[in-house]
Design a protein around this ligand. Structure first.
Ligand code: PMV
Length: 327
């Protein structure tokens, strides 16, 4: 029996997106990405390796996962076992603090928390860079959730060179996000399959990589200059180019619903009326609005013409990972 280790990681939203792998096994992305970690949504995971267990036992929000659902997590634990020399099965208890049915990606905070808790429970003492590399193997976006504030994931060219780094934390200026949580629909395609398809079939893919690399340079500057307008413009254009890849894939797919387009139009209308706000979208219908904190009340009031108040969640920049040993 080892010690129970608990880790807490917050989710992040990419401002310059990762959308395509160049190595699926090592989870190396085609281009670097930049994100903002959010305070509202997080995952807390406890791990203990226990010789008495016959197989990994995984509980998610109070429910024991079936073997098939637990497979992705067990595969990740195998990597930790292989690296640490720990051979026992693990008991994993995960609480996901993302509002019920929010449909916001939880793999980022989920695998970041799992990487931190499992590696420490297996007696590996990893620094945040090494943790970021490990989390990457669970889910690409988890690479960035080790850190708080603005974070950049360097694409790299092998396991050692592909990791995230903090660009700014704490975030000492007024930038926030409003998550517009839309009706949960069946995802048309998983992010893994969607990415693979655009890399293989979109004729625009090389242009995406080229412009995403330019976006990284400009985004770094905007963050450093604390320039919300430039940050928002880059993020919005980058998101739409990512979704244009999906529309140009063969066969084409997209994650938008009618409500997604309503939210986009509402942001465009607000901006036409002089409000500094921009949208970004990931592999799902939800819209995230980038704006200043002092405008969130007005923007949510405006959006409440189309959406219920519980669909509008205001989030601030959030912290990096925390790890504690329970006994
Ligand atoms: O979380 P993953 O590794 O399946 O990839 C998610 C990719 C996007 O959320 C769409 C973009 C990003 O960089 O987070």
């Amino acid at each position: 029996m080892t010690t129970t280790v608990t880790a807490k990681a917050h989710t992040n939203i990419a401002l310059v997106k990762y959308w395509g792998k160049k190595d699926a096994q090592l989870m190396l992305p085609q281009n670097g990405s930049i994100s903002l970690t959010l305070d509202k949504f997080y995952t807390q995971t406890s791990v203990i390796f226990d010789n008495q267990l016959e197989q990994d036992q995984i509980t998610f929000n109070g429910q024991t996962l079936t073997a098939s659902k637990a497979q992705r997590i067990s595969r990740f634990l195998d990597l930790v076992r292989q690296r640490s020399g720990q051979s026992a099965a693990a008991k994993v208890v995960t609480e996901n603090h993302v509002p019920t049915s929010a449909g916001l990606a939880s793999s980022a905070s989920g695998f970041a928390a799992l990487a931190a808790a499992a590696s420490r429970a297996a007696d590996m003492q990893l620094d945040n860079t090494a943790l970021s590399r490990l989390a990457r193997r669970g889910s690409g976006s988890a690479t960035r959730s080790i850190f708080g504030g603005f974070v950049e994931w360097h694409a790299g060219h092998d396991d050692a060179s592909s990791y995230a780094e903090c660009l700014q934390d704490p975030v000492d200026w007024d930038v926030q996000m409003i998550a517009v949580v839309l009706k949960k629909t069946q995802k048309p395609i998983s992010s893994t399959a969607g990415m693979a398809r655009v890399v293989a079939t979109s004729p625009y893919y090389p242009a995406w990589v080229q412009t995403a690399n330019q976006d990284l340079v400009a985004m770094r500057r905007a963050i450093q200059a604390r320039d919300l307008t430039t940050l928002g413009e880059i993020a919005e254009t980058n998101a739409m180019r990512m979704h244009a890849l999906n529309l140009s894939a063969k066969p084409a797919f997209n994650y938008f619903t009618a409500e997604t387009l309503t939210a986009i139009q509402a942001v465009n209308d607000l901006r036409a009326n002089g409000i500094t706000c921009y949208y970004t979208l990931d592999a799902g219908p939800n819209v995230k609005i980038i704006c200043a904190g002092h405008d969130t009340a007005m923007i949510t009031r405006e959006l409440s013409r189309y959406f219920d108040s519980e669909q509008l969640i205001v989030a601030k920049p959030g912290p990096g990972i925390t790890i504690s040993e329970n006994d």
